[in-house]
Structures are given as C-alpha cells and as structure tokens.
Write a new protein. Structure first.
Length: 142
C-alpha cells in the first residue's frame, strides 16, 4: 500500500479533534521544510503554520498538498509524525491494518515450513508413483 493511500486512509483520524495539537503540527511542518530533499518550500511552510487559519484547515490542506505531491512526500510526513508524535503514529488506522495478522489465521512462515517438511524419500515415492502411472498409461494406449 502506497504512502499516499495510507495518508488518505488516515486523514480523518489525523484531522479529528485534538489528535494533533498546534505545536506538533508546527514541528512536523518545520521538519518537512528542513529535511533533505526539502518537502515543503519556505512559502508552503509559512502557509501551513499561519496562526490565522484554524488548525483543522491547515492540517487538512497540508495532507491534501502532500498527497498531490506524491508518495515520497507522504512518506516523509509519516517519518516526521513518528518522530514528533510516536504514540499517535502507532495508533493510526493504517498502522493497525499493517499489524493485523492474516485473516485466514494461517501462519504463512509455519505453513511454508510444514509444506517443505517432506524428505527425499517422500519426493522419490511421489515421483515413482507418477512415473508408474505414466508407464501404465503409455502401455495401455499402445
């Protein structure tokens, strides 16, 4: 799942009341403005830190802006969120989906081991049966 899709999925969660406070949003915007490669220009950072606009509006605009810019920008947002609000980062709906085990309830690592747990004798037995059936079929058709 791309970071842009994850951000779209997490957008409502992030913009709902009192999840992110003003200081954390400012830290995230500053980090996105200062990292290399620069994710936000100085003008964009000023726009998203403008105290005249409501926090909800600024955050919504920031998330939409990052989604329009591409996957790398969204990835950097998640990195900044993890650094500045780790608990919130861990509570994101997209993180919970990534942590959810396989819905079939089968442990794929264990299943792979179980399927490969057969020895060479089992392989030779299966091969012999297949070769025998092929020989019988060949002889019956001749």
């Amino acid at each position: 799942q791309s970071y842009c899709h994850r951000l779209q999925h997490d957008m409502y969660f992030l913009t709902s009341t009192s999840r992110l406070n003003e200081q954390v949003v400012d830290k995230i915007v500053l980090q996105l403005n200062r990292v290399y490669p620069q994710i936000l220009t100085n003008e964009e950072a000023e726009k998203f830190r403008n105290p005249k606009a409501s926090l909800h509006t600024r955050l919504s605009d920031l998330l939409k802006h990052l989604q329009n810019k591409g996957d790398r920008h969204c990835q950097e947002f998640y990195r900044a969120l993890q650094i500045n609000a780790e608990q919130l980062f861990n509570d994101l709906p997209s993180r919970k989906i990534l942590k959810t085990p396989d819905p079939t309830g089968i442990d794929s690592d264990k299943e792979q081991y179980m399927l490969n747990d057969r020895g060479p004798v089992f392989f030779l037995a299966c091969f012999s049966v297949a070769a025998g059936l092929a020989l019988v079929w060949y002889c019956c058709n001749s």
